[in-house]
Design a protein around this ligand. Sequence first.
Ligand code: 5GP
Length: 173
Amino acid sequence: MAEKVSILISEQEVADRIAAMAAQISEAYRDKDLHLICVLKGGTFFMTELSKHLSIPCSLDFMALSSYGDGTKSSGNVKIVKDLDESIEGKDVLVVEDIVDSGHTLNYLCRRLNERSPRSLKLCTLLDKPDRREVFVHVDYIGFQIPDAFVVGYGLDYQQKYRNLPFIGVVEL
Ligand code: 5GP
C-alpha cells in the first residue's frame, strides 16, 4: 500500500545544500585526513552525495545501529548492529547521519567512538529536529532544521519504503 507523501524539501534544495556543506567541510579539513563514517542505512544517500562534492581526499566506513524498529518512535535503547571495518585511532572522523531526532543515537555513538581515540570526532547530519531532543548532542554540520514531522526520502524510510525518493517528504499517516 502507498501512503501519501508531500514534499517538504525539494530535490534541488537538498542538492544545493549538500554541495554547500561539502564546500564548508572541504575547507575545514583541507590539511587533515578526513575519515567519513556513514550510519546505515539512512545516511547512505547523504554520504554518497556529500563525498562526491568534497574537493579533498577522504576514506569511508559504515556502521549500523538499531534504536527504532519499524515504528516511528525512538526507543532510546541503542546498540551497534554492524561495527566499523577499520580502526579510527588517530583519524579525523566525521560521522554522517540522516537525521537527529531525540539525540539518543548520536549521543551513544559519540561515546562509543570517543573510546577508540580518534584524533578528532565531529558530526554531520542532513536533517535536525531540535524540538524533539531528549539528550544533548553537539552537531557540527546541519543541512536543514525541520519541524516535528515524520519524514522520508533521501535515505529515510517508513517501514523500509521511500528511501529512494530524491526529495524529503512527509508521510501522512
Ligand atoms: P534519534 O536517536 O536521534 O531519536 O533518532 C535517530 C534515528 O531515528 C535516525 O537515524 C533515523 O533512522 C530515525 N528517525 C528519526 N526521525 C525520523 C524521521 O522523521 N523519519 C525517519 N524515516 N526516521 C527517523
